[in-house]
Design a protein around this ligand. Structure first.
Ligand SMILES: O=P(O)(O)OC[C@H]1O[C@](O)(CO)[C@@H](O)[C@@H]1O
Length: 562
């Protein structure tokens, strides 16, 4: 095997035997009702439930409501091993080229490697660079949070507007919301703006004090149109509102985060206000890097460090635990089983905690942008389904929206329900009792929905139903995650787990999870249509014409404001 580049070819062919054996298993297990596996009085069911649930640190995974038995799980794990899981995992952490189309390593684990722990051989420079950036980031965060950062007119900063999109938005946004309680002491309001239409920016420009607002532009490439258009609008707002020279605004009220310091410098961001990270940290894996600066302002540096610690602990678990106890490996093979062998195309993410409201969107990018592919690393087409379609919503709210389809619709959907055991510890008095009641209600709903999704009404006694069976289908395979508490460490571990799950699935499917060629062409088509909608001249070879789009273009140019 090449020293620098990990070869996928050998492993791609080796899966044939496992594929056939697993396909046979799938055929046999498809028709087994989950209720048959969940009988509390049966020793076999108890043994299966025990074998299909795992506890590590603050996380518990219960996969006993998956259409899976112990023998199949072992076959799935053998399949993962047959794809050289060990070798690839070491390659990932050592900084070998695991992203061959872009000729890059993937340095996300290096960007959270613990200070007290020697880095894996080959990753020393990347770890040192990430730690140096974290130190610079901590200085900026302290300066903003303790009111020392002043705007162009000398007022201390009180609002931060983080402008980024995709991986430069979703991770920081999710963690800021999830851990907002951890940083409640911070006096800075942190806001996230991603949508290119300016719709998220407008209400902020109406409400925030421009003299006390800092813009943080987060863009790995520093070329993404969505971000640069939002940034230009926000800068114009500050310049007009403060009647101050544009260069002054950029010097005092703009922080940049990018893998391209030269582009930030060309834009007029002073070096002291630039944070950088390695080109080898993928956008959707970047929240641990300096891309997390706004989130660190929101939650405070100690909580941000706790997040990194939790992620690092999961990295070690992924590297060291045997496959049968390794949560990322187990999650990956169970997901691949559902998608590839049971043919379930759609996967719902259902957090029973509103602090995790952005988890579905975050995982959509992480999983679908990574493994939403049908071409293997070596260019051959895949022979089976790969990443499912992810979607989801806060579980209790979704119960009043789309659970109807989960319970009685015609589609099989796989799912993950996530619940947090302890919360509201910070409250006192009568409120704490009220809030704990709400938490108990939420947990009860999570468990009840999980029962119903698995069992369906036929397995539920008529005495409980109060009426005749209503056609709840049951047999919707899903896992339940329990987090002891939503601490920075637990959240860091959970998110790192999903990153490694994606990596393991990419090995199973022979994909490169670290590029996203499918999103690029759309950007180019949009760029020529943008010019045409502005009635600028566009050469025929720069644009694509089809009758439907032409009709819409002429309708739009007729009604758009000049
Ligand atoms: O951080 P950038 O370079 O602005 O990119 C934003 C996002 O755009 C994408 O490249 C997809 O268009 C994502 O992979 C990335 O997270």
């Amino acid at each position: 095997m090449d020293e620098q580049t990990v070869s996928p070819r050998a492993s791609a062919g080796e899966s044939q035997g496992w594929r056939e054996r697993l396909a046979d298993k799938a055929e046999a297990l498809q028709s087994t009702p989950l209720a048959m596996w969940l009988d509390e009085d049966s020793p076999a069911c108890r043994a299966r439930a025990e074998a299909l649930s795992w506890q590590w640190g603050p996380l518990t995974l219960d996969a006993s409501k998956q259409r899976l038995d112990q023998e199949t799980l072992q076959l799935l794990l053998d399949w993962a091993e047959s794809r050289e899981l060990h070798r690839w995992r070491e390659a990932l952490f050592a900084g070998e080229i695991v992203n061959p189309s872009e000729g890059r390593p993937a340095w996300h684990a290096a960007s959270r490697w613990g200070r007290e722990c020697p880095p894996p051989s080959g990753s020393e420079a990347a770890v040192a660079e990430a730690q140096a950036q974290h130190r610079r980031m901590a200085e900026i965060v302290a300066c903003i949070r303790n009111g020392r950062w002043q705007g162009a007119t000398g007022l201390p900063i009180r609002h931060l507007v983080h402008i980024g999109v995709g991986g430069s938005d979703l991770g920081p946004r999710l963690v800021s919301e999830a851990l907002a309680e951890a940083g409640a002491a911070g006096a800075i309001g942190v806001h996230f703006v991603s949508s290119m239409d300016g719709g998220q920016l407008l209400p902020l420009m109406e409400r925030l004090d421009p003299a006390a607002t800092l813009l943080v532009v987060a863009s790995k490439s520093f070329t993404t149109a969505d971000t640069s258009f939002n940034l230009r609008t926000a800068l114009t707002w500050l310049e007009e509102a403060l009647a101050t020279d544009e260069a002054e605004i950029r010097r005092h009220q703009l922080v940049g985060v990018s893998a391209h310091p030269e582009r930030m410098a060309a834009f007029g961001i002073p070096e002291a206000h630039q944070l950088t990270f390695s080109e080898g940290v993928g956008g959707r894996f970047s929240l641990w890097s300096a891309i997390g600066v706004s989130l660190a302002v929101r939650i405070g540096m100690p909580a941000f460090e706790g997040l990194l610690e939790g992620a690092h602990a999961m990295d070690r678990h992924f590297l060291e635990a045997p496959s049968r106890e390794n949560l990322p490996v187990l999650s990956a093979v169970i997901g691949a089983w559902n998608s590839q062998f049971l043919g379930i195309p759609s996967h719902a993410i259902l957090p029973y905690d509103s602090r995790l409201a952005s988890l579905p969107a975050y995982l959509q990018q992480l999983e679908m942008e990574s493994n939403g592919k049908s071409c293997m690393r070596d260019g051959r087409p895949v022979e089976s389904a790969t990443c499912p379609i992810l979607w989801g919503e806060v579980g209790p709210n979704a119960q009043h929206a789309f659970y109807q389809l989960l319970h009685q619709g015609s589609h099989t959907v796989s799912a993950e329900l996530l619940a947090v055991a302890h919360r509201h510890g910070a409250w006192g008095g009568r409120l704490v009792a009220r809030l704990r009641d709400q938490q108990r209600l939420t947990l009860a709903n999570c468990l009840a929905q999980s029962q119903l999704l698995a069992l369906g009404d036929e397995a539920i006694p008529a005495s409980l139903q109060g009426f005749l069976a209503q056609g709840y289908r049951g047999n919707q395979p899903h896992s339940v995650w329990l987090l002891e508490a939503l601490t920075p460490q637990a959240l860091g571990s959970l998110l790192a787990l999903y990153e490694h799950k994606v990596f393991v699935q990419s090995l199973l499917w022979g994909l490169n999870p670290f590029d996203q060629p499918g999103v690029e062409l759309g950007k180019r088509l949009a760029s020529s249509l943008y010019r045409r909608l502005g009635e600028e001249a566009v050469a025929p070879e720069e644009t694509v014409r089809d009758i439907a789009t032409e009709r819409l273009v002429s309708r739009l140019t007729g009604v758009m404001a000049p």
